[in-house]
Each structure stands twice: as C-alpha cells, then as structure tokens.
Design a protein around this ligand. Sequence first.
Ligand SMILES: [Mg+2]
Length: 221
Amino acid sequence: MMKKLLCFVVPLLLLAAGCATTSKGPAFASLPDAKSQVAEYYENGSYANDVTFIMRKATQYIQAVAKAKQYAKPAIVLDVDDTALDTYEYQKGMGFGHNGKLWHAWIAMKRGKAIPPVLEFAKEADRLGFAIFFVSGRREAQREDTELNLKAVGYPKWTQFFSKPNDYRAPSVVPYKTECRRKIEEQGYTIVANIGDMPSDLDGGHALECFLLPNYIYDVK
Ligand SMILES: [Mg+2]
C-alpha cells in the first residue's frame, strides 16, 4: 500500500517542482493567450462599452461648449484608424500582425466600418455647427479610398482631410499631426476636441480637450 502511495505521490511532487521552475519565468501571458484575451475584449462588448463611455463624455463636452457660444469657428479633429473607422477585421485577419502591402490592399477595399459612438459624435458636432477635420496617419496615396470609405459609412461632410505625405519617414507621427492642427487653427478654427486612439494622435497641443479611445492591438508612436 505504502509503495503504491509513493508511486503516486512522488511523480506529483516532481510535477509540482517542475511547475515551480516554470513559474519563475516571465510574468506576462504567452502570445496566444494574450491574443485570445485581446480578441475577447474586442468581441465580448467591452471595447464597445469603453468607446461608448468615452464618446458620451466627449459629446457632453462639445454640447456644453456649443451652448456657451464662446468660439466663432469651433472644430473637432478625428483620427481615422480605430477612431472613425474600425480596422479590427484586418487586425484579426492578420493574427494581430501587420503587412504594409496587405494593409494598403485592405484600405483600397474600403471595408472599414464606422465606430458607432464616434459616428454619432461626428453627427452631433455637425448638427451643432462644428467643422470636422480628419487628421490621419494614412498616407496621401490612401486618401481617396479613405475618404470614400468615410463617406460610405455616413460621416457628415468634413472641411478637410489631412493625410501623411507618402515619403514621411519621421519616427513619430506627432510632428506631422501637431502641424496639421496648427494649420487648422491658422484658418481661425478653435479645435474644441481632438479624438484619437493613440497618445501620438493627441500629443503636441493645439486642442482644448483630448479624448483617448482604447487600442490594445498596436502602438503608433
Ligand atoms: Mg488611430
């Protein structure tokens, strides 16, 4: 009996010792587990809830500013990818990786869906008399398809769409995006709200308030 028990207990102890060794490894999830968690966040309604919560605040804010009638030419700035348009289909299809050529092909298909709370925000801004500007990290070669996509999903008429020059090679989009907002202000507009999903959409000033949407898939500096 004792012999039998030892036969059972000893392998268990060895297994436990093995587990202890493994647990000294890195404290982060394996890549497949991390991808599953991200997919779950986007697909179980959590992402939509978070975006709705943030955009509700942004909407209340521009409504209050509109009521105060403080600015002659109020404007909002929207980023495109994962702000105005949902790229999750592409991201998931790529296993949350990236390929420049396939990305360009996906943009050309104009398959981006509107992110509903952002679309509603843009419609409300339009109704309140705000000018709408898009400041996108997409390149000039992708501008036409992107504008057609935005129009097709119902974004109200925008005043100007800024796209990154085709030869833009700087390590960060912050100088480009900041310069776009400076140009908007130069035309007499007050950027009341700037909406993006990357801190690099919002860094650099030239907006009264910024609203950052969640993005757990990629990072654009
Ligand atoms: Mg974006």
